[in-house]
Design a protein. Structure first.
Length: 189
């Protein structure tokens, strides 16, 4: 039994054309979970796509990925397969609403419901961040949905972004979240 999937040249998908400069990468983070990071990331990806920008949404919540669940899609493969070496990064991209080539956007899903990516080594996360920068050459905009908090791998991914947006709520427990969010923004800069 083989877990290998065909390389992108063997798949009948239409890849976006390459750019000279990589797309702007916007990371969406917070100091606390459950505040709407993924909802905001999906909304941003959809808005950029509707504005005619070729957009990639990356589920960078390595411990609790859920972009695919919130979008109601069932990707053929994900970041865990990329890290394991079963597929190339661009082969894990899943189109949404026709994909970036047809007015929708693309998703690079994490591994939902497993936590399989939560304990990646710093080298693996660095390779992932470098791969995202290379993949950004095919897009106008990349949205990176981060995990909550300021743990090391979350920070490594945040550093791959050009901009970091913080989600803060008005709930009581959000006071601490605001402090952690400020730390994330400061450390990612």
């Amino acid at each position: 039994m083989s877990f290998l999937l065909p390389k992108s040249q063997d798949r009948p998908t239409q890849q976006p054309s390459r750019r000279v400069e990589p797309a702007s990468i916007i990371a969406v983070g917070s100091g606390k979970g459950g505040v709407g990071k993924t909802f905001m990331s999906i909304t941003l990806a959809s808005a950029f796509a509707q504005a005619g920008r070729r957009t990639l949404l990356v589920d960078g919540d390595l411990g609790l990925a859920n972009v695919d669940v919130q979008l109601g899609i069932a990707p053929e493969t994900d970041l865990a397969a990329v890290i394991a070496g079963w597929v190339e990064l661009e082969d894990a991209v899943t189109p949404v609403d026709g994909g970036s080539a047809h007015g929708g956007f693309d998703v690079l899903p994490g591994r939902s419901g497993s936590g399989a990516l939560a304990e990646l080594s710093s080298e693996e996360v660095a390779r992932l961040a470098a791969g995202l920068s290379a993949l950004a050459l095919q897009y106008d905009q990349v949205i990176l949905d981060l995990g909550a908090g300021i743990e090391a791998n979350c920070m490594r991914l945040a550093r791959a972004a050009d901009k970091v947006g913080m989600i803060v709520t008005d709930r009581h427990e959000s006071r601490r979240q605001g402090v952690q969010g400020h730390q994330l923004h400061r450390l990612a800069s």
